[in-house]
Ligand binder design. Structure first.
Ligand code: AMP
Length: 443
């Protein structure tokens, strides 16, 4: 099935094409037609399945067809998308920007933990679409800055995570403020009774779509993890590329700066590489991707966001230079290899600070990733001691679903990215898990 089979308008098709999306994912194939005819939707799907596009595309199209976004008069709020974490809210906002290019619709993203004034100012100007975490939304509603009585579309995203994070009371306060007549969409990765009851109270005659959890894709890919201190990752990268005679490898970096640094490092070692990330022009990204596909370069270094839509047949190697703090991103990354029954291997580098991320990933994929201990840059006792001694200094703190954290790496260097390592609102401070040891100390 192609996007053109789904009744999507040309302007949006163009944006999808520019993003490199070639065909709709299963949830998109099922959900888009249902939503375009105005029906409520119960979606059993999790992050990594393409669900953001599945709900954003039809909403954007319906708003456009109903004549919003013509720029005449003040905007009225027509869409509310509730999501549990600041990171998810930002990602959805970014997706709406990308898919809605050329439609002249406006959106705002609001979440807690930051100054509310810019958010209030943006709302005052008028927006069509609001992406929000529940705590901050309720706050601004209570202060009279946001009203929901003009909403036509309501999306509750990641419902099970919302409940886990204790947002049910906020949600119950928000729901009565929505108009009864609206189209509602409800997404959850799991559907226990409490979630099904909540869905029931929100949806009217919904159609249900269910797609395989992303974690199942992980089973097809051979996975390995190398424990290594951060400063040795660059050497380890060159080592594994040579040792395994890799011809075509996609390397994931958490940050744009990191991606550039890795590319330079590889170039110095005579390994042809290019980076793609948000700071590169569309042209530069397309060129790098084309060169990679044609095997003119060996390594493509990408950030999670820039890697959207990268679809390379028979890609054999993926390397996670940094582990993502959202375990779903890991599954999505490694799903770039091992496609269509082809063999694929995903190698992850895990430094001491990243061990909690590894734990989250293993929990999601329900698999212990085999450790490759026999390599030239293992973590030794001295590294562990240094790490202990540096405790208390600024460093990343484990974040899963909205805990507070800081930005600095163990090296003390700042890793500004704007894509990751953000917190949700209404969540507890503190990380946890850094002290856990995953393997025996070596000399
Ligand atoms: P989501 O489940 O919405 O978080 O999406 C997961 C990732 O898949 C995001 O990076 C999207 O940009 C990407 N994506 C969504 N739909 C498609 C598609 N049809 N083709 C390729 N990539 C997609």
């Amino acid at each position: 099935m192609k996007f053109t089979d789904l009744g999507i308008i040309d302007t949006i098709l163009k944006s999808l094409h520019a993003e490199g999306y070639e065909k709709p994912t299963p949830i998109q194939q099922q959900a888009i037609p249902i939503l375009l005819k105005g029906t409520d939707l119960l979606g059993c799907a999790q992050t990594g399945t393409g669900k953001t596009a599945a709900f954003s595309i039809p909403i954007l199209q319906l708003l456009h067809e109903r004549g919003f976004g013509d720029g005449k008069g003040k905007r009225t709020l027509k869409v509310l998308i509730l999501t549990p974490t600041r990171e998810l809210a930002s990602q959805i906002g970014e997706s709406i920007r990308v898919y809605g290019k050329g439609l002249n619709l406006t959106h705002a993203v609001i979440f807690g933990g930051v100054n509310q004034n810019p958010q209030v100012a943006q709302m005052r100007q008028g927006v069509d679409i609001l992406v929000a975490t529940p705590g901050r939304l309720l706050d601004l509603m209570n202060q009279g800055h946001i009203r929901l009585d003009t909403i036509d579309f309501f999306v509750l995203d990641e419902a099970d995570r919302m409940l886990d994070m204790g947002f049910i009371h906020d949600i119950n306060r928000i729901l009565p403020k929505l108009p009864k007549k609206r189209q509602s969409l409800f997404f959850s990765a799991t559907m226990p009774l409490s979630i099904a009851n909540l869905a029931n109270s929100i949806l009217t005659n919904p159609e249900m779509v269910k797609v395989d959890p992303v974690s199942s894709t992980a089973e097809k890919v051979k996975q390995e993890v190398y424990h290594v201190v951060k400063s040795m990752k660059r050497n380890l990268l060159k080592h594994v590329i040579h040792e395994k005679a890799m011809q075509q490898v996609l390397v994931f970096s958490r940050t744009k700066h990191g991606a550039d640094r890795i590319t330079r490092e590889l170039a110095k070692a005579g390994i042809p590489a290019s980076a793609i990330h948000g700071d590169k022009s569309q042209g530069a990204r397309e060129k790098a991707l084309a060169q990679f596909k044609e095997r003119k370069i060996t390594v493509l270094v990408a950030t999670d966001i820039a890697a959207r839509g990268i679809d390379i047949d028979s890609l054999q190697w993926v390397i996670n230079y940094d582990l993502p703090n959202e375990p779903e991103s890991y599954v999505h990354r490694i799903g770039r290899t091992g496609r269509a029954g082809a063999s694929g291997t995903a190698i992850s580098f895990c430094d001491i600070d990243e061990r909690p991320y590894l734990q989250d990933i293993e929990k999601l994929i329900k698999l212990k990733i085999p450790v490759i201990a026999n390599h030239p840059f293992p973590i030794n006792e001295r590294d562990e001691a240094d790490h202990e001694a540096n405790k208390g200094k600024p460093k990343p703190v484990h974040n899963r679903g909205g805990r507070q954290q800081s930005n600095n790496q163990r090296s003390g260097k700042s890793q500004s990215s704007g894509q990751n390592r953000k917190s949700g609102d209404g969540a507890n401070a503190g990380g946890g898990g850094e002290k856990r040891k995953f393997f025996k100390k070596r000399r």
